[in-house]
Design a binder for this molecule. Structure first.
Ligand code: ADP
Ligand code: ADP
Ligand code: MG
Length: 518
């Protein structure tokens, strides 16, 4: 062959024609379980990538294991012996020839040491560089970095607290109420509201204990408690070529135990000016730590629309579907491409918010009993379907929700052109959701969506506490447990579906529009 690639007839032909270098098909190991593992597998399938699942003994028969091309056992059920074992996950990736590891959320997703170990053996971790993970993964370091970058942070300590006395002194300075928080915290754990000095000693010991138990790190810090705050977060995405965009906001103020249960996008009553300012600040924050991949900047917004940086999650967020629904994007596909060095698939000008989306987290938990987790057999599981609905789940009817992990069963999302329509669509879908065999929070989700506080807003993070407690469901102690569960789930959903309803706000609005147009 000459330079132009044409045949050179003066040289003898080779016995074996040189093989064209075929691009290697990426193979992704998903270092997670449940719905998020299934979600990532779906994105891999669309891209034509091979996927490897990992599982603990509690998940050997799980949906994510069946969906993947290959599956590798990690170990016994406890996370510390399975999904948190970075060494076993890496060994599984090497053994199966995986070229990328997607960590999902929780588990190893915010562990910068694991990220470094992946890099050391040439495996691409789908997430930011270790520097950004470390800097933003510890709340005190993140507060320092953001303060230095000119981002407004919740007033409080930038350095870890040295002891109770220092905490009490600082609290006096910034003024009660204050929040004591674990620097390594996540999932709503290691957080205490302190109303006045009398509560400090006990709260300090409790947060330190919780921080050590959950995060093996007793570093704690203190910040001002924002009164009647709204949790509004901005989705960001950046590539290694220095480009960063935001994909607007998610309102996540419906929480129990400081953890979200209902999220929506756009956030109601956020002024256009505040929305634009928050987006710009979030991009500025991402660029300040040379961010790469998908991340979320969480802010607290006070009633006057002042906003303060609270933390950054350097991973895919549980509630990412609502952003995908209103922006028409696929964040997991974008994550996989960007991790392999591709430029961002969109510029800021390409991105827009269209319509309204709400996500409900359906949990195996008992709202009438302090939202206590209620793992167990999913005897009946019939999720709804229909126009404008999206279901992210990882279980099938007959599966057992293990007691070892987060007790989320599924995420149900709804989209419609208006917020009022989305609320009605979601309520109708939840009413059709049949779950039997274990306690669940569907009634509670409906209660929140129907409340005046949610419908008219703006609501704040105290919304769940303002609602009347739900009556306890009678225990299911029938000998014919399966039959009883099926009957109970059917009865429950038919009761919900037949509940007399006044005409919904969006239906009224639609009727008025029709009348106007005739
Ligand atoms: P998100 O922040 O994406 O809205 P959550 O706060 O509900 O979602 O956390 C998602 C999952 O990740 C939960 O299972 C939670 O327990 C886990 N998680 C989050 N942060 C941490 C952390 N720092 N350490 C351990 N687990 C965490
Ligand atoms: P996690 O890492 O567990 O998600 P966050 O720091 O994001 O913890 O806080 C979780 C929730 O706790 C927030 O969404 C909010 O409801 C409440 N919270 C945290 N800090 C404050 C604060 N300074 N003032 C008022 N509420 C707060
Ligand atoms: Mg948070």
């Amino acid at each position: 062959m000459d330079r132009a690639g044409k045949n050179d007839h003066n040289t003898p032909p080779r016995l074996c024609a040189p093989r064209r270098a075929m691009p290697l098909q990426p193979k992704v190991l998903i270092a997670n379980r449940g719905e998020i593992a299934c979600r990532v597998i779906r994105a891999c399938r669309e891209l034509g990538y091979a996927c490897v699942a990992v599982y603990s003994d509690a998940d050997a028969l799980s949906r994510h294991v069946w969906l993947a091309d290959e599956a590798v056992r990690l170990g016994p059920p406890p996370s510390a012996e399975s999904y948190l074992r970075g060494d076993l996950v890496l060994a599984a990736a090497q053994r199966t020839g995986a070229t990328l590891i997607h960590p999902g959320y929780g588990f190893l997703s915010e562990n910068y040491e694991f990220r470094e170990q992946c890099a050391a053996v040439g495996i691409t971790f789908v997430g930011p560089q270790a520097y950004a993970m470390r800097q933003m993964g510890t709340k005190t370091l993140a507060r320092q970095a953001m303060h230095a970058a000119g981002v407004p942070v919740v007033p409080g300590s930038l350095l870890p607290l040295e002891g109770r006395e220092q905490a009490a002194k600082l609290a006096e300075e910034i003024g009660y109420p204050v929040m004591l928080k674990a620097a390594a915290g996540g999932g709503g754990k290691g957080i205490r509201l302190i109303a006045g000095p009398a509560d400090m000693a006990q709260a300090f010991a409790a947060v330190q204990r919780e921080a050590l138990a959950y995060f093996k790190d007793e570093t704690i810090y203190l910040e001002k408690a924002i009164v009647r705050p709204r949790h509004v977060e901005i989705q960001v995405m950046a590539d290694r070529h220095g480009q960063a965009v935001h994909l607007f906001e998610r309102e996540c103020s419906v929480q129990r135990r400081n953890q979200k249960i209902i999220e929506e996008s756009p956030a109601i009553h956020l002024s256009a000016a505040t929305r634009a300012k928050m987006g710009a600040v979030a991009v500025q924050a991402a660029l300040a730590v040379h961010y790469e991949g998908a991340g979320t900047i969480e802010f607290l917004v006070d009633p006057e629309q002042n906003f303060y940086f609270m933390e950054m999650n350097t991973r895919l967020q549980v509630e990412h579907p609502i952003t995908e629904l209103v922006t028409g994007t696929d964040l997991v596909v974008a994550q996989l491409l960007v991790a392999q060095g591709e430029p961002l698939p969109w510029t800021q000008a390409d991105l827009d918010q269209r319509g309204h989306a709400i996500e409900c987290r359906v949990y195996a938990e008992d709202p009438a009993n302090g939202f206590a987790p209620s793992p167990g057999p999913l005897v009946v599981y019939r999720p709804p379907t229909g126009p404008g609905l999206r279901l992210d789940d990882g279980f099938c009817e007959g599966d057992v929700i293990p007691r070892y992990y987060d007790s989320m069963i599924a995420k149900l999302s709804a989209w419609a052109p208006t917020r009022a329509h989305t609320i009605e669509r979601m309520i109708a879908a939840l009413r059709q959701f049949e779950i039997g065999g274990i306690a669940n929070n569907i009634e509670h989700l409906i209660q929140v969506l129907q409340s005046d506080a949610f419908r008219t807003g703006p609501y704040d993070t105290g919304i769940v506490q303002t609602l009347p407690p739900l009556a306890a469901e009678p225990p299911d102690d029938d000998a014919f447990a399966v039959l009883a569960a099926v009957t109970a789930a059917r009865e429950q959903s038919s009761r919900r579906a037949n509940a007399t309803q006044s005409e919904s706000a969006w239906a009224q609005a639609a009727r008025i529009d029709v009348l106007r147009s005739v």
